[in-house]
Design a protein around this ligand. Structure first.
Ligand code: UDP
Ligand code: MG
Length: 318
């Protein structure tokens, strides 16, 4: 039977959790008569995750898996998993059992019946129980809401549901998995909602992200804002800055020249602050224009896709 739901699970060293996760997904989907497929993306695990997946495949024939040559990060794993999806509804969840498969039917309903393009989980009660995670996360989400205009409480929740068209039309790379709803919004999908989901403590293994996630996350937000606005037309950004700085430089230079003409040889041009400001701004202006031209060249010649080395796949014959 063709699957109704593709469940994408990125994983990195989660050998203990996988059997439980598969069994749980299977139980929930069977109870609700939802034909499903699971796509596991092994993001370069160094433990036994891949062989565990091989064994699970015997038991769960709709499980497919992709194995990366090395650890590329959660975004790359999701991106590759998205490409492999075949069902009209796609659900992502973490492998560590912090996201409960019990949420699958509810999320599925919101996409299939309520017409949402994307539904993001909201871990209203977080069980990470660490000051380093909960407080920064609140702040971070507040900044995100302001900057993106998307009113989501928990943008980075691993548990999300999508219409298939959404995952096929966005590209997740770097650390952009934190901003999938923003990417989806910019790709033109409007009905983006959220659903309160149960969050569970991590049962096995350790978290793969530390405090750096907040610094990196913020920098990524700046880059995606820049890329989405100017990625295809960098000159509009750099050219504007270049024009402003060049203008300041030329006005100051013109003023200095006129003053010098009236004041005569005792003027002392090189002792005057505006002289240096004029010099610097003119050089900066030229640099901005060079950056703009280079940006244009890169935007035109860069291949749009990131290439990952996929080491192995199983289950593609289904
Ligand atoms: N993950 C991954 N590649 C990475 C880091 C994490 O595929 O480089 C997976 C990880 O195995 C888990 C999910 O992403 O399934 C979320 O990671 P984690 O539970 O460590 O994050 P946290 O819950 O602490 O935010
Ligand atoms: Mg986790």
């Amino acid at each position: 039977m063709a699957p109704e739901i593709s469940i994408v699970v990125p994983l990195f060293n989660e050998e203990e959790s996988l059997p439980e996760l598969c069994a749980w997904i299977h139980r929930v989907c069977t109870e609700h008569h939802l034909p499903y497929e699971i796509i596991m993306v092994d993001d370069g695990s160094t433990d036994e995750s891949w062989s565990v997946i091989g064994q699970l495949r015997q038991k769960f024939p709709t499980l497919r898996a992709i194995r990366f040559q090395r650890n590329y990060g959660k975004s790359a794993a999701l991106n590759e998993g998205f490409k492999a999806t075949r069902a009209p509804v796609v659900i992502t969840m973490d492998a560590d059992l912090q996201d409960a498969p019990d949420e699958i039917p509810g999320l599925y309903q919101m996409i299939a019946s309520d017409g949402y393009d994307l539904v993001s989980g909201w871990k209203k009660v977080r069980l990470d129980n660490k000051l380093t995670k909960n407080l920064p996360s609140k702040l971070y989400n507040a900044v995100n809401r302001r900057m993106s205009g998307l009113k989501l409480h928990d943008m980075n929740c691993g548990l999300k549901a999508y219409r298939q068209a959404v995952v096929k039309s966005i590209e997740v790379y770097g650390e952009m998995h934190r901003y999938i709803p923003i990417l989806a919004k910019w790709a033109g999908f409007r009905k983006i909602g959220e659903k309160v989901v149960v969050h569970r403590p991590r049962k096995y293994g350790v978290s793969k992200f530390g405090w750096e996630r907040f610094v990196n996350g913020f920098l990524d937000l700046l880059s995606i804002q820049f890329i989405s606005r100017f990625g295809k037309k960098p000159m509009h950004f750099f050219g504007l800055l270049g024009m402003i700085t060049l203008f300041i430089g030329f006005v100051l230079a013109a003023w200095l020249i006129i003053e010098r003409l009236f004041a005569g040889p005792d003027y002392g041009l090189a002792n005057r602050p505006p002289f240096f400001i004029a010099l610097t701004t003119m050089v900066m202006g030229a640099l901005f224009f060079i950056a703009g031209y280079l940006g244009e060249l890169i935007a035109r010649s860069a291949a749009d896709r990131n290439v990952y080395l996929v080491q192995e796949r199983i289950g593609d014959e289904n």
